[in-house]
Design a protein. Sequence first.
Length: 333
Amino acid sequence: MAQEEPVTVKQLNKERIRSYMGKHESASKSQVARELGLSFPTVGRLMDELCSEGELTEQGAGSSTGGRCACLYELNPLFSLYLLIQIESDRICWNLKDMRENTVEQGCLPFEALSLEQLDALMLHIRNRYPRLKAAAVGIAALVNHGVVEEANQYCGLNGMNLEEHLRRLVPIPITVGNDMNFLTMGCWAQKHPDTGSLVTLFMGGNGIGGGMVIDGHLWTGASGYCSEVSFLPVYQQLNSGSPGLPPPEHISELYARLIQIYAVTVNPHMIVLYRHPLLEGKTDEIRRLCVSYLPFKAIPSIELSYDYQQDYEKGLFAVAKSMEQAASEGGS
């Protein structure tokens, strides 16, 4: 145990330096040592290792205050790349991002029926062209439980398949497969409301309304992934005439207000974020008024209408992919 301790401390300090450099355009060794409270020799040694590994690069000398100019270092954003995949009803959209979330390459592959071979070919193509690919996150508009695709009416060929395990065998990097709303919710919380204790999102897509939930900073999906599958609620089926798709326009406000009521009495969230849809235009105030008639004032969460679906979705995919890469790096150290 005593022999492992120096490695653990070293890896922890290395991760702190990575995190610091990721938040700053450039910095000198002395600046990093001072702000992280580490000794200069320790920082110097670890930053030299990061440079030799290609994760940091020398930017040049900084400004002088009369003495020798300190060398500045910057993060090499291309050292680690992350593949973000969105499987929609008729296409696979992908975005390859660097460590600073800049897009390196992106594209869309249309399909009439989702082909596993098409997805495999995309993964292998990106992996072969970009050896620095460190992790991938795949969001799909279907119920996913621990990587297994369930309740996927549009992707019949994937029903019951452990897609996560399949892709990990195909490309040996950390890969996660999850419900699209879970990634969306994590991105919304991390990007805009990290100080909010509990957050619920509702999005109306081609298959109906989906939801996601963050409680105490952690995504909550339930024991088998069914949490926030609002289409299974009796009120959803009642107001939607038993159809799993989009509800009639005249029932939109009532349906959203009833869903908010259910979340309020079960989770009592601080905030509910509704994502824009043409059927929601001009209905936010009406939804709030209905909530007042259904709930005590103190139980009504803050209700926000967001136009940032794609931005939040990608943020969630990126955050999960990066965290997996970091966990794999720490586990292998």
